[in-house]
Design a protein around this ligand. Structure first.
Ligand code: ADP
Ligand code: MG
Length: 610
């Protein structure tokens, strides 16, 4: 038999490659807008017709191309961004494979117009199915414009596979928004069928986020800003109360490149653990800057997956930074450490300038070096502890080490710390009014209202969460076993989680269709036992809960039942203790199931009522 192996002709090889790089119109938009950014453009205009099926036009004011490059750029593996293998490890450009333009040219009718700043005339190149059909000098402003028509004209299978215009245009907008969020310094516009969809001026990051999310997002954002030698972290997370029912506003960028990462997404979700109701998703816009040598962007042809050398450390840094930021935001509006009531200060301090507490970040601290000794913060006033505990509540990962990472030091020159603490204590003990479910107490901005049952629930939850990781929860034997009828399904769910339930303080046995409860967590009042069991059984019966979530859901149920006492004796002392304990919790504004605990009625709001 004669030889049968041949090299594929270029236009067929390009068509095959195109299948990988250009999946739909949005891929063309993404590749070309990224090229424009790589070319240093400060303004990019995108025009789309029929969701890109008829026309995609990208005009930029970047550096442009020479007549030779205008032809070369359509060759496969033609790139100006990588010339030697080592370049791959120091990339700062979006593209580097030299595949995008060759792929687009293989499956569409493309017109390129471009001019370098220093040239008098520019070039026009037309190419269809990898064949150049025209090249001539033209008059063109500095920069580049690509017109892509009849995408997939020669790949009918692909063309038929495209979804409705609505869906395809949504894909285009997704890619456009990701690039716009990564580059607030670049002005961008996009039009679809003669309607302007976005007109984004060059601006700072926060404005760009707000321009894309809508004006009302302005007050929903909590800033994140953290710098370590492994990663620099910037951006915003949405406040917990604005968590969404759908995953959507979740954006991760590394070195200005959008990427997806379920591991880091998990870190962020963990940081919101207990702050948002189950099955809701926090919004985030997180920008990581890492040394390009420590990541590999070469994993995926469209490069939305990225490998990180130090992913575990970055995970921990993301988790703790977001917790800390959320803690700061939660404490700031409700607590006030600088009340302007000078009579609250000790006599000796009246003439001194108050010194603000300082957060000292130990940059050399390595959270995974567990041999470092950890000195517990002194147990002085509740409020002081609250700031210390800020953001470091019940993390399952090495919470003591992380507490050390952001140790907080208060500078109090010329005053015995003891004395200052005592006075703060005095501020706290003042003025509680109790009515029904609520405790009212004045604060700087107005009046703080605390739902005391829910506060109790949060306190018990936090206490149990951290205790349970180290030791079993204290259990209380019942004088008479509590008998409860259970279904076969409930029985088997209970039995398969019995180790965890024992650890939480339950001792049970089964006699036929009945469960005999011999002991319960001592925190549960007798009258709530039945409720608590019902809650737990219904939690266990949820088919799709994550294994990792069971412990905190069960602890949530126990905490809730523990706060359901018939009679509550709220003395002033009890209030004081409650408030102080509440502010030591990792989160004090919401219960584990997302119910509001605190509301502040501001003086302005009160004034408006008169
Ligand atoms: P890559 O971006 O991976 O280098 P592309 O096929 O996307 O590969 O582009 C090939 C080359 O064409 C680029 O390296 C760049 O030199 C040039 N190029 C593409 N788009 C532009 C543009 N808008 N302005 C200037 N040069 C461009
Ligand atoms: Mg490119």
């Amino acid at each position: 038999m004669s030889d049968i192996i041949k090299l594929l002709p270029d236009h067929i090889a390009n068509q095959i490659a195109a299948g990988e790089v250009i999946q739909r119109p949005s891929s063309v938009v993404k590749e070309m807008v990224e090229n424009a950014i790589d070319a240093g453009a400060t303004k990019i205009d995108v025009v789309i017709k029929d969701a890109g099926k008829t026309l995609i036009q990208i005009v930029d004011n970047g550096k442009g191309m020479s007549p030779f490059d205008a032809r070369m750029c359509f060759e496969r593996h033609a790139t100006s961004k990588v010339s030697k293998a080592e370049d791959l490890f120091t990339l700062t450009t979006k593209g580097f494979r030299g595949e995008a333009l060759a792929s687009v040219a293989a499956i569409a009718h493309v017109t390129l117009k471009t001019k370098l700043q220093e040239d008098e005339l520019g070039s026009l190149v037309q190419i269809e199915g990898s064949k150049i059909t025209k090249q001539e000098p033209i008059v063109n402003p500095t920069g580049t414009s690509f017109e892509v028509k009849n995408l997939f004209y020669n790949v009918p299978a692909r063309r038929n596979f495209l979804k409705s215009d609505g869906i395809e245009f949504r894909h285009i907008l997704d890619d456009f928004e990701r690039i716009a969020l990564a580059h607030p310094e670049v002005a961008l516009t996009i039009r679809h069928n003669d309607t302007e969809i976005y007109n984004l001026p060059s601006c700072v990051l926060k404005k760009r986020v707000v321009d894309i999310l809508g004006k009302s997002s302005n007050e929903k954002l909590v800033p994140i800003d953290e710098s370590t030698d492994i990663v620099e972290l910037k951006g915003f997370v949405g406040k917990p109360e604005f968590a969404k029912k759908k995953r959507g506003e979740q954006f991760l960028f590394v070195n200005d490149r959008y990427f997806k990462d379920s591991f880091f997404n998990h870190a962020i979700t963990q940081a919101f653990d207990g702050l948002i109701p189950p099955k809701t998703f926090p919004s985030y816009f997180l920008y990581l800057t890492v040394n390009p040598q420590k990541i590999d962007v070469n994993v995926h042809p469209t490069k939305t997956e990225i490998k990180f050398e130090e992913d575990r450390l970055i995970y921990a840094i993301i988790l703790s930074s977001i917790r800390q930021a959320l803690g700061k935001y939660n404490i700031a509006p409700t607590l006030d450490f600088n009340r302007e009531t000078s009579f609250d200060l000790p006599h000796t301090m009246n003439t001194q300038m108050p010194v603000q507490p300082k957060i000292i970040v130990n940059e050399n601290y390595n959270p995974f070096n567990t041999t470092t000794s950890y000195s517990k913060p002194s147990t002085s006033s509740g409020f002081t502890k609250a700031i210390r505990a800020e953001g470091f509540g019940n993390s399952e990962i090495n919470q003591q080490d992380w507490a050390n990472f952001y140790s907080i030091k208060e500078e109090t020159p010329n005053v015995e710390p003891q004395e200052l603490d005592l006075e703060i204590e005095e501020v706290e003990t003042k003025d509680f009014i109790i009515r029904g479910n609520y405790v009212f107490t004045p604060c700087k901005s107005g009046i703080m209202v605390i739902h005391h049952r829910r506060a109790q629930e949060r306190i018990v939850y936090d206490r149990m969460m951290s205790a349970f990781i180290i030791n079993p929860i204290q259990s209380q034997k019942l004088l008479f076993p509590y008998e409860k009828e259970v279904s076969a399904g409930e029985k088997s769910e209970w039995i398969s989680n019995s180790t965890l339930l024992n650890r939480l303080g339950f001792e049970t046995e089964f006699i036929e269709g009945n469960m005999l409860v011999n002991a319960v967590p001592s925190i549960i009042p007798e009258e709530s036992i039945n409720d608590c069991l019902d809650n737990i059984l219904s939690t266990l019966s949820f088919r799709d809960i994550d294994k990792g979530d069971i412990a905190h859901l069960l602890i949530g149920s126990i905490a809730k039942s523990s706060s359901m006492k018939k009679k509550v004796n709220m003395t002033k002392e009890a209030c004081e203790l409650l408030v102080s304990e509440l502010f030591q919790c990792s989160e004090h504004s919401f219960t584990p199931s997302g119910k509001k605990i605190i509301e502040t009625v501001t003086m302005d709001e009160i004034a408006q009522k008169f």
